[in-house]
Design a protein around this ligand. Structure first.
Ligand code: PMP
Length: 363
């Protein structure tokens, strides 16, 4: 094995798994710019009174941190069941360090070598990475030019690919596109594998819209995953969760690491959930900024796509790399998601959204 000058062995010189060779890790830039609208966080900080309560919870947990935490994170699962409603119970809930880890657990249990997972592209960039890391193959399906998927097309693509795991990102990242319950039902009928509805952005959808949680009864292969990273303003705490049949939860116990959710994480998330309405207090304001961004982009001559999330994908960008850099140089970080002539921006506070719109108009 040859070591180059900097002392770091090259990946190709390591006995790395063949199927990992040539892959690129997740790498959204983390630049310390004043206006960071690139990874769909909630840019509003946790409200003061909630932060105090969370700190109290963490302080209590710290006194017992010499012991392993509750492996079944019972209080937290009860908190999520209460928050989600729909008659869900604790034994239908699972949680992990971010919904990325929730998805990883699902893939470890239901994908793996010789199996295949499927998503309608363009969709969340971690689906292929997480899938391949379990040794499974990832198949990308297609959407209409406006990024919607019809129930008929979805069902026929699933029938052709015959996947073990299906990802339905609802609403979809990076396009913001809503997904109707009809599509979810038709995919579930067409699939023999596990169907994961990733509702990471569900809280930003119109209030009257039904969640895929309403489809859970009688569908034991259906899983609805959620996160505290977006609407809940809790990205740094790393907490994601899902609702499914209790049997699915048993399958996940086979693959998780023992005590995977730290006592501090459990305490913080349980306390935050007690304040769910306050934590979600900024959702309406974010939705208003999202709609303002879309309207202004339209007025500036770009084409924003319909979004039920906290971000907007817009096309009509001649040179996305140059526009991205121009904004960067003005202190505004957004995301080039690799879709031709398009960029994605997160809806921030009113000031951040204004900074983005003004910088773009000035380019
Ligand atoms: N699903 C989707 C669609 C996402 O956009 C993200 C984060 N960008 C995640 C899951 C994972 O989020 P987290 O691990 O922070 O819960």
């Amino acid at each position: 094995m040859s070591s180059p000058i900097d002392g770091r062995v090259r990946l190709e010189d390591l006995p790395l798994r063949e199927d990992l060779r040539g892959l690129t890790p997740y790498g959204a830039p983390q630049a310390p710019l004043p206006v960071a609208l690139n990874v769909n966080e909630n840019t509003h900080p946790v409200p003061e009174e909630v932060a105090d309560d969370i700190l109290d919870g963490i302080a209590l947990a710290l006194r017992e941190v010499n012991r392993y935490p509750d492996r079944e994170f019972t209080a937290l699962r009860e908190g999520f069941a209460d928050y989600l409603g729909h008659g869900l119970e604790r034994d239908q809930i699972w949680a992990a360090n971010g919904s990325n880890e929730v998805l990883q657990h699902l893939l470890q249990a239901f994908a793996g070598p010789g199996r295949c997972a499927f998503g309608f592209g363009p969709t969340y960039s971690m689906y292929p990475l997480l899938t391949r890391a379990t040794g499974a193959e990832y198949v990308s399906g297609t959407r209409e030019p406006d990024y919607t998927v019809s129930p008929e097309s979805a069902a026929s693509q699933i029938a052709d690919a015959d996947p073990d795991v299906v990802f339905l990102c609802a609403p979809n990242n990076p396009t913001g596109t809503p997904l109707s319950l009809e599509v979810i039902e038709s995919v579930y009928e067409a699939a023999r594998g596990v169907v994961i509805v990733d509702e990471a952005y569900q809280e930003f959808a119109p209030r009257e819209e039904r969640s895929a949680l309403t489809l859970l009864p009688g569908r034991e292969r259906l899983v609805v995953s959620r996160t505290m990273s977006k609407a809940f303003a809790f990205a740094g705490a790393r907490v994601g969760y899902l609702a499914a049949d209790p049997g699915v939860i048993d399958a996940l116990r086979l693959v998780r690491l023992p005590y995977h959710l730290s006592a501090l994480t459990q305490a913080a998330a349980t306390a935050a959930l007690r304040h769910a309405p306050t934590m979600l207090g900024m959702v309406d304001e974010i939705v208003a900024q999202r709609d303002r961004i879309s309207a202004t982009l339209d007025a500036l001559g770009y084409t924003p796509f319909e979004s039920w999330t906290n971000f907007v994908l817009f096309s009509g960008v001649d040179d996305p790399g140059a526009t991205w850099q121009g904004l960067y140089d003005r202190g505004v970080l957004i995301r080039d998601v690799g879709i031709p002539h398009s960029l994605r921006v997160t809806a921030g506070t009113e000031e951040e959204s204004t900074a983005f719109l003004e910088a773009l108009a000035a380019l």
